[in-house]
Ligand binder design. Structure first.
Ligand SMILES: Cc1cc2nc3c(=O)[nH]c(=O)nc-3n(C[C@H](O)[C@H](O)[C@H](O)COP(=O)(O)OP(=O)(O)OC[C@H]3O[C@@H](n4cnc5c(N)ncnc54)[C@H](O)[C@@H]3O)c2cc1C
Length: 232
């Protein structure tokens, strides 16, 4: 009975935006107030709505990109322009505007070292996880394969590269740097990064990206128990 009642209690916190800044093409970083007692595990997400008339019930899921020890919340959000969705409305908000954050829910979380395979904004849970691993001194044995269209789309490249060094790998479909050759995640590339014994494969990105990577991991005979997925 108590559980049933709790089921119906919606967690809602109105929080102010403390800062907004661009971090890549059509991608913004939002720093928000953190409610007292609010906590999450790296890789988890919450639903966000905008505290404005007509928008409070328009919930969209976004992943915390900071670690839980911080006194603020950070989200990195890709803005889909031109179809009047919520991300477009978020993109015009500024310091002092209010959002509503809801329950924390589990998505991807770290269960052991391995290969993180991200497509575009699918990097967000991995940002939190890698930052947490850095805090814990446990980054060794992890590799990031980060697929994007071009250099200007790469989210937090400098920080990720700094954390992972040679274990950070860019895969750019249409690089703009003179002489650079376009590439996508394919079987040969994944084969090269699937030699580590008992490695986990964390995959996050748009549906078609997830499906393609999943198919390749299956072709490489990676046991499903070692694959952790999240579709964006
Ligand atoms: C658990 C989870 C965590 C997530 N975390 C993050 C995160 O941390 N950061 C982040 O950036 N995203 C994240 N996402 C994705 C994010 O929730 C969506 O991008 C967001 O809800 C889009 O909201 P919207 O109202 O702008 O678009 P919606 O109207 O809800 O449509 C979204 C989709 O429409 C597509 N679209 C693009 N252009 C058009 C168009 N012209 N017409 C119609 N459709 C179009 C986009 O591909 C997009 O996927 C997460 C998703 C999930 C499930």
């Amino acid at each position: 009975m108590i559980l049933k009642l709790l089921d119906h209690i919606k967690v809602e916190h109105i929080v102010k935006i403390l800062n907004v800044e661009p971090v890549a093409r059509n991608v913004k970083r939002f720093i928000l107030e953190k409610p007292v007692g609010y906590s999450f595990v790296a890789g988890q997400a919450t639903d966000i709505s905008i505290n404005q008339p007509g928008l409070t019930e328009e919930l969209r899921p976004f992943t915390f990109t900071c670690t839980n020890d911080k006194e603020y919340l950070e989200f990195i959000i890709k803005i889909y322009k031109g179809h009047e969705g919520i991300t477009e409305k978020l993109s015009v908000l500024t310091t002092g505007d209010e959002l509503i954050i809801h329950d924390v829910f589990g998505t991807i979380h770290f269960i052991g070292p391995g290969v993180f395979i991200a497509g575009g904004a699918g990097i967000t849970p991995f940002i939190a996880i890698l930052r947490q691993l850095k805090l814990d001194g446990a980054l060794a044995g992890n590799t990031l394969l980060f697929a994007n269209y071009a250099e200007e789309d790469i989210i937090l490249r400098a920080e990720l590269k700094y954390m992972l060094g040679d274990q950070y790998v860019d895969i750019l479909k249409t690089p703009t740097k003179p002489g650079a050759i376009g590439a996508v995640i394919n079987l040969d590339l994944l084969r090269n990064y699937s030699t580590q014994k008992n490695a986990y494969y964390y995959v996050c990105g748009p549906d078609p990206f997830i499906l393609a990577v999943l198919e390749m991991l299956e072709t490489l005979n990676i046991d499903k128990a070692f694959i952790v997925l999240e579709a964006y």
